[in-house]
Design a protein around this ligand. Sequence first.
Ligand SMILES: Cc1cc2nc3c(=O)[nH]c(=O)nc-3n(C[C@H](O)[C@H](O)[C@H](O)COP(=O)(O)OP(=O)(O)OC[C@H]3O[C@@H](n4cnc5c(N)ncnc54)[C@H](O)[C@@H]3O)c2cc1C
Ligand code: FES
Length: 251
Amino acid sequence: MQFKILPIKENRKLNSRYFVLKVPDKSISAQSQPGQFCEIKDLESDEPLLPRPFSIYKVEENTISFLIKIVGETTRNLSQKKTAEMISILGPLGNGFKIPKNKSVLLISGGIGYAPFPFLKNKLQKNGNEIQWLHGGKDKYDIFSYDITNYTEDGSIGKKGLVTDDMPFILGKNDIHTVFACGPNQMLKKVSEICEFYKVELQVSMETIMACGMGVCCGCIIKYAENGEVIYKKACKDGPVFDGRKVVWDE
Ligand SMILES: Cc1cc2nc3c(=O)[nH]c(=O)nc-3n(C[C@H](O)[C@H](O)[C@H](O)COP(=O)(O)OP(=O)(O)OC[C@H]3O[C@@H](n4cnc5c(N)ncnc54)[C@H](O)[C@@H]3O)c2cc1C
Ligand code: FES
């Protein structure tokens, strides 16, 4: 893990909701694993005081990039940053996904839950895995690639419906070794129920609200069922990737 102040190499707007921020850095790129995240702070603004967590989206040629959805102060400020402006980055943080070898795997992403998957897909391919990827969003602005199977709630692109709609069919017909999922908790809960039914391994990346991001404040607690009892885990330090069949999904 390293703390660095880095210049923005590129800030590319995808649409009114999303942008991709790219920074050059050899050592953070070299250490990063799919599913890990970085804490980013806009150095020109005191508010909010704490940095914010963002999944590592892509690592290419000594650059690291982040796919970001505009939801509040930090993400709005970052969306307006120009090339060569400086931001602080702490990372890579968290545990990352476990990568199987030569298996069939299914990726399920919802909305900004797409962010950790291009990096994951790359590593899965290098390890000889066969990949199916389903992605869901509210509408066409939540869609990032046409090379995967997309679902939108309003039917504006891809299949109309939820990303979980065809999961039972796919798990019933194919020998899927692991499902990887990232997205809203409601989606993750449904994915975990389906995986439990079909007895398929599930790794989920939890985008829980965080404060310190380093295991100090207990601001990111999730409930986890292990050895017959419910225990508490820190999403920033023990995760953000967990065995999705053990997470206790509150209503
Ligand atoms: C491990 C991890 C990885 C993440 N990866 C990405 C990523 O790759 N791209 C991305 O765009 N976002 C990601 N997030 C979410 C991102 O951290 C938040 O959107 C960001 O902190 C919002 O900061 P803000 O100052 O713009 O908004 P704030 O003012 O802090 O929040 C604006 C609104 O969004 C809500 N909010 C804040 N954080 C979250 C959250 N984690 N989940 C749901 N609602 C939230 C707040 O309650 C508030 O209503 C990730 C979160 C975690 C924990
Ligand atoms: S965010 Fe502080 S302990 Fe996880």
